[in-house]
Write a protein that binds this ligand. Structure first.
Ligand code: SF4
Length: 196
């Protein structure tokens, strides 16, 4: 009898503009965690949006791959986040998921309000399963969100490259990117406080 070959699962690879927030997002959030120390530099408020199609084996938040996981995003929650960010000791907002870039309605609403209220005195980090190069070929809403954030942690979680010693990343393919410097120079510039 032939030995059955073990199939190695890998994350999915979308075509440019294949996954559109306008078609996919249900505008749900998996959770909101104010004043945490783990989702980027300093004390941060973290919003976990629901829905992701990358299907990375070993995903840290599998339940949030479902676009209807959690509860609908509301104006009340947005008001609460804006209030929480007013604390001096709170450095900024972090967007995670799920996939923020297929939930751009939620993320842009919040990011625009933060920029209106605090300008750039609060920083905004986002995690994404897209790589920087993939995002450069993406839809206007994704590029708009990118243009309004400070730091992007990019790329799928790749289980064979898992490394728990890395700063703010799960696998060694992922990068912590200074978005504004990268957009202005046209090439990926890493976060200047990167230690490992
Ligand atoms: S991109 Fe992130 S949320 Fe999406 S499947 Fe991969 S690890 Fe999970």
């Amino acid at each position: 009898m032939m030995e059955r070959q073990k199939r190695i699962r890998t994350p999915r690879n979308p075509q440019p503009k294949e996954w559109m927030a306008s078609e996919l997002s249900q505008q749900y959030v998996a959770s909101y965690k104010p004043f945490n120390f783990v989702d980027g530099e300093g004390v941060r408020c973290s919003l976990y949006v629901s829905g992701c199609l990358f299907a990375c084996p070993g995903c840290y938040n599998k339940a949030a791959q479902n676009f209807r996981y959690g509860t609908p995003y509301t104006r009340e929650l947005e008001d609460q986040i804006i209030t929480d960010l007013s604390e001096d000791y709170c450095q900024g907002l972090t967007l995670l998921g799920g996939e923020p870039f297929v939930n751009t309605q939620v993320c842009l609403s919040l990011v625009d309000r933060i920029r209106d209220t605090y300008a750039w005195t609060k920083d905004i980090w986002s995690w994404t399963g897209y790589t920087w190069d993939e995002l450069m070929l993406e839809s206007d809403d994704k590029l708009e969100l990118l243009s309004k954030i400070d730091i992007l942690v990019d790329g799928r979680f790749e289980l064979p490259k898992k490394d728990l010693t890395l700063q703010f990343r799960g696998s060694s393919n992922q990068r912590i990117i200074d978005v504004q410097k990268s957009l202005s120079t046209g090439e990926v510039v890493l976060w200047d406080k990167l230690l490992k």
